[in-house]
Design a protein around this ligand. Structure first.
Ligand code: 5GP
Length: 201
């Protein structure tokens, strides 16, 4: 009966161009939902306040190459001149334990997961695209955030426009909404996805 039935973990992928409100959403999501957060490897230098092993594993180009060669990445991509990769082992372990995992990866990474050679990854995947706000609002947010040099802001905006063209490839799309509405939209998606019969065995 039901007591013998278990659920496989969900791989919740949130992809969004810079300035779409993803960081705020991730923070509030982590407070209200139980997730294992996938810590990516990156060749990008740490920003002030970022800690190795918490926000990312900050590694060198050589170390990144070695990990690719050893097959340690589930997916990897180059974003804004730096490389980012999701480690395979923690994802597989979380899924095997039936735990839900949260991945903050770009649209290239999301596409790799949809095409993954691991059937458990494809079946666990719930990919969500956060649609960026208007160009004016995007520019305002990027300037206000101040994490990128002003010269890179136009580059980020251009990239956001290009990335937004891929929204149809995702299972879910969240339009520009208030932070509270975005949070309830993602929670509603999760709620339904957790009850899909195909996740139970
Ligand atoms: P940031 O440098 O601002 O932390 O992240 C830049 C972009 O890289 C974000 O869009 C983020 O989703 C993406 N990203 C972070 N980690 C990974 C990863 O492991 N794989 C891929 N494909 N993208 C990632």
């Amino acid at each position: 009966m039901w007591s013998n039935i278990k659920r496989r973990g969900i791989l919740l992928v949130l992809s969004a161009p810079s300035g779409a409100g993803k960081t705020t959403l991730l923070e509030s999501l982590k407070r209200v939902e139980k997730f294992v957060f996938s810590i990516s490897c990156t060749t990008r230098p740490a920003r002030p306040g970022e800690q190795d092993g918490i926000h990312y594993y900050f590694i060198s180009e050589d170390e990144f190459d070695q990990k690719i060669q050893k097959g340690e990445f589930l997916e990897y991509a180059t974003v804004h001149h730096y490389r980012y990769g999701t480690l395979l082992q923690p994802v597989m372990e979380a899924l095997a334990r039936g735990e839900d995992m949260l991945l903050d990866i770009d649209i290239v990474g999301a596409a790799s997961l949809r095409a993954s050679g691991f059937s458990e990854v494809r079946e666990s995947l719930v990919d969500v695209f956060l649609f960026p706000p208007s160009l004016e609002e995007l520019r305002r947010r990027l300037i206000q955030r101040g994490t990128e040099p002003v010269t890179e802001i136009e580059e980020r905006i251009e990239r956001a426009v290009k990335e937004a063209q891929h929204w149809r490839e995702f299972r879910y799309v969240i339009p520009p909404l208030s932070p509270e509405e975005m949070l309830s939209a993602v929670r509603a998606i999760l709620q339904a996805e957790r009850f899909r019969a195909s996740r139970y065995f």
